[in-house]
Design a protein around this ligand. Structure first.
Ligand code: NAD
Length: 457
């Protein structure tokens, strides 16, 4: 499998892809290792994740450079991701033992009866992952999965393979047995092969199209399945905001990671009273972004990781123009080597346009004028997705009233494009099923077992 640098189009390296036989063998190793890993005291499993944290700190420069080289993420943002990973690890390290502890839920001395719940690992789980935040979306799954006593077959995206290999090396160097965490290398075909193994759960992060296939396959097998899929994340800007501050925050929310976040702001609705001022401030902000070599510390916008995505963006731009949207900046593929697209802003958009209903997953955004809160709510709900939604306003009550009516896993007031290890990360509709993070995101890798214990009479 060839790995290309999306900034230059140059070949980075080639790695062998796992075929059907290799995947089967890896599965068998993970199965054989599972009971011993589950029997390892939780303290030791936590120690291993602590070791992984230390490895991440020690190797930060190399890891950031690799990530930038294969994904195209601007180097500062690669380091931010690694620092963010540490916070997630801290959360799991602090919470795992408590969350996984067996609970006594009832006791009656006269009856000599006790009822308890234990949290059993699922067994062997497959983790098929995305490339856009490989450390985040990967660790949300494999870290709590390992802590809970599962063995993990981890297939990084074919666009983040080298990062996936680093992750494997670091976990093994930290005391996770080689067969408790196994990296499976390859693209969609390898993912499909992995899916055919008799695992006990599948945890997927990626697009709706692939997620729907994975959900169907897992459903037939009656195994646990979680799908963390795309978004078309809306934000509504009310007329009472500081327009410049809101524009700066939302431009960052839309264009950070070159717009390739599941929770990137993908559409903005602005109250008609501040619409023009907001658009002006927003476009000025976007025009100030520095585009260029992702290894340069000053770069904010890098290349688009997947070359095929350029066509999606091109099509959305052409469709919006044809239907009468006003192009305010950008709109073109940047000619030359690598996968580059100009940061693009449209106003005068509406929901007949693909730009406002289909995931863009790139540096493109539409801004639509609205007359009032009910119109904003109706538009925010008018896509099949439901990952995150935000409201910018000085009025918390109003923002909460609006957000309560929007179908989304996460609600943001005066912030966006934000994930917290303490809060559940989930979507509704085409954004997926299940959740990661928070204490629920540890329990999700377990099967609660009910214990009815009656003492001898
Ligand atoms: P993708 O669906 O193309 O690929 C995801 C993974 O699935 C890859 O590892 C790929 O090799 C594998 N795959 C592809 N076809 C498969 C098949 N038939 N069977 C099994 N595996 C298969 O998605 P992507 O381009 O890697 O990621 C981008 C998408 O992920 C976006 O839609 C984004 O919004 C979403 N995403 C969601 C979250 C979230 O937390 N909700 C986080 C990050 C990304």
């Amino acid at each position: 499998m060839k790995i290309f640098n999306p900034a230059t189009g140059a070949l980075v390296t080639e790695v062998p892809e796992d075929g059907a036989y290799a995947v089967r063998k890896k599965y068998e190793r993970a199965r054989a290792a599972q009971s011993a890993w589950a029997a390892t005291p939780i303290r030791k499993r936590v120690d291993a994740i602590r070791g992984f944290r230390e490895q991440t700190v020690a190797r930060q420069q190399t890891l950031a450079r690799t990530l930038t080289q294969e994904v195209g993420k601007p180097i500062k943002q690669s380091r931010n991701e690694l620092n963010g990973l540490l916070k997630r690890l801290d959360f799991f390290i602090a919470e795992a033992a408590r969350v996984l502890r067996e609970e006594k839920v009832y006791a009656d001395e006269q009856e000599k009866l006790e009822e308890r719940i234990s949290h059993e690992p699922l067994g062997v789980v497959a983790n098929i992952s995305a490339w856009n935040y490989p450390y985040f979306v990967g660790s949300n799954v494999f870290v709590p999965a390992l802590l809970a006593g599962n063995t993990v077959l981890y297939k990084p995206s074919e666009f983040a393979t080298l990062t996936g290999q680093h992750i494997g090396e670091m976990l093994h160097a930290s005391g996770v047995p080689a067969d408790a965490f196994i990296t499976v290398i390859g693209g969609g075909r390898t993912g499909a092969t992995l899916l055919r193994q008799p695992t006990d759960g599948v945890f997927f992060t990626g697009s709706y199209a692939t997620g729907a296939r994975i959900g169907a396959a897992a459903g037939r097998r009656m195994i646990k399945v979680q799908l963390e899929l795309g978004g078309k994340d809306p934000v509504y800007v009310c007329e009472d905001v500081d327009v410049k501050a809101a524009a700066a925050s939302l431009a960052d929310g839309a264009f950070y990671n070159t717009g390739q976040s599941c929770c990137s702001v993908e559409r903005i609705y602005v109250h008609e009273r501040v619409h023009d001022a907001f658009v002006e401030a927003f476009v000025a902000e976007v025009k100030s972004f520095s585009i260029g070599d992702p290894l340069d510390e000053r770069t904010y916008i890098g290349p688009v990781t997947r070359r095929a995505q350029l066509d999606v963006l091109r099509r959305q731009v052409a469709d919006a123009k044809r239907k009468g949207a006003k192009l305010l900046t950008g709109g073109n593929v940047i000619a030359g080597k690598g996968n580059w697209f100009e940061p693009t802003v449209f106003a005068g958009v509406d929901h007949r346009m693909a730009l406002m209903r289909d995931e863009s997953f790139g540096p493109v955004i539409g801004i639509q004028k609205v007359a009032n809160d009910p119109e904003a709510i109706a538009l925010m709900n008018d896509t099949p997705y439901g990952l995150t939604a935000g409201v910018y306003s000085v009025d918390e009550k109003r923002a909460r009233r609006i957000l309560a009516q929007v179908r989304a896993g996460s609600a943001y007031w005066n912030c966006c494009d934000r994930v917290s290890p303490r809060l559940p990360w989930s979507g509704v509709g085409h954004s997926g099923i299940g959740l990661t993070l928070s204490t629920y995101g540890i329990q999700t890798f377990t099967r609660p077992k009910a214990w009815h214990l009656r003492g001898p009479s």
